[in-house]
Ligand binder design. Structure first.
Ligand code: NZQ
Ligand code: ZN
Length: 383
């Protein structure tokens, strides 16, 4: 492992009806509040009304319509609203897209230039408006991390950025809010959180016995729980397991001492920069292909994954490793996640552009560093 320091300041408030703590958590920052949410699911589910009841006494301004794959233009709008209305505190209600957008909003509110400067690293935020979240989709871990992924349609870029200033002050996680998710969104969440765990499992460090055990355990819990949620979307215990798994998968606590590989995420962001597909659809397609591509150089690691996550044991280490990748693909296919780009109507037209996007920050991947030809090969395997 490399030496590390770890601090996560987000207060997690987990359980049924925890919205009752909303007012207490918010009022310490002031009364002028910006409520940020997506395309309307919170109105359809009744959550919006519950929030408004809790927010009695606050001056509430609203930014709605945050897109899945949130746009920089929407974040800019939010930052401008904060300046105009002298907002004290922001509340993000939704999935990763709403929370990611809010992170840029609260940082850009203290900057006079365009919000995109923060995403591309041209401006480093020095201050941010405090914000809390109410999570409605177990997937990204954004509710307890300081990362954010933003899309710029004008430049066909989808980029991640992060800053310790944009950890949520608190996040309310009530598993019942995920009961209303359409099946494919639940599946997207499952694929995304599993991908986060796998990206970290295949890392650059050499002594990760403790972390391996934790990641394998969370993966097994998700695999066991996923069919229960599909069978019964209002199974509280199963929803609770997924919500906890999604948060722990990307709150930094499973990557003490290393960073993880993250090649699949890099390639996926390149795909969804050009095609407006769900993040997890891209991951489901690309990850097993990335695994097959790098596995021959890291057979032992992939053998351990196959044995400890899927309980597979074949005659040779290579066969076990390969069967582990096949098992992951089969599991995702059993949930109706896509396995080829063709299934999400993407052909080879923009192969060159997507490959170039993969190389925005140069060579990528930490288990196995990859370059242009590798990215191209993995994208071709995914067609
Ligand atoms: O917009 P509304 O109407 O709210 O509908 C949303 C949206 O259409 C719907 N939804 C959410 N909760 C619901 C619900 N529908 C019914 N009932 C509920 N309870 O679900 C749709 C997808 O929401 P979205 O927030 O886009 O999904 P997700 O949480 O998967 O976030 C995806 C975004 O996060 C980024 C991705 O790249 C993508 O842009 N990521 C952020 C990360 C981070 N900050 O750490 C890491 C991830 O790897 C990822 O890259
Ligand atoms: Zn992800």
């Amino acid at each position: 492992m490399v030496e590390f320091a770890y601090k996560n300041p987000t207060k997690l408030i987990f359980g049924k009806n925890k919205i009752s703590q909303l007012k207490k958590e918010l009022e310490q920052y002031g009364k002028r509040l910006l409520l940020v949410y997506g395309g309307g699911s919170i109105k359809r589910t009744g959550l919006y009304d519950s929030i408004m009841t809790e927010l009695e006494g606050f001056d509430v301004f609203e930014l709605s319509g945050v897109e899945p794959n949130p746009r920089v233009t929407t974040a800019q709008k939010g930052a401008d609203m904060i300046k105009e209305h002298k907002i004290d505190v922001v509340l993000a209600v939704g999935g990763g897209s709403v929370i990611d957008c809010t992170k840029l909003i609260v940082a850009a509110a203290y900057y006079d230039g365009p919000a995109w400067d923060i995403v591309i690293g041209k401006h480093k935020p020095t201050q941010a408006v405090p914000f809390g979240t109410i999570l409605t989709l177990a997937a990204t871990g954004s509710e307890m991390n300081s990362g954010s992924v933003i899309t710029n349609i004008d430049t066909n870029e989808k980029l991640g950025w992060g800053n310790p200033l944009v950890y949520p002050a608190f996040s309310i996680l009530d598993p019942t809010y995920t009961f209303t998710l359409p099946e494919h969104q639940t599946v997207n969440g499952i694929v995304d959180m599993m991908s986060h765990l796998i990206e970290q499992y295949f890392n650059e460090a050499t002594n990760t016995t403790v972390q391996d055990g934790m990641i394998e355990g969370v993966l097994r819990a998700i695999i066991e729980t996923a069919p229960k949620v599909i069978d019964n979307p209002t199974d509280y215990d199963a929803r609770e397991t997924l919500m906890l798994a999604g948060t722990v998968a990307l709150n930094g606590s499973l990557r003490w001492g290393y960073s993880g590989d993250w090649s699949t995420h890099n390639i996926e962001h390149a795909v969804s920069a050009y095609y407006d597909i769900a993040h997890a659809q891209g991951l489901a397609i690309i990850m097993p292909n990335w695994m097959s591509y790098v596995m021959p150089k890291h057979v032992d690691r992939f053998e351990k994954f196959a044995k400890n996550v899927f309980g597979i044991q074949k005659e040779t280490a290579f066969d076990t490793a390969k069967a582990g990748i096949d098992a992951l693909r089969a599991f995702w296919t059993s949930l109706n996640a896509p396995s080829t780009l063709a299934q999400v109507e993407i052909d080879d037209t923009k192969l060159k552009e997507m490959t170039e996007h993969c190389m925005i920050y140069g060579t990528f991947g930490r288990l196995e560093p990859l370059g242009y030809d590798d990215a191209l090969a993995i994208l071709k395997m995914s067609l």
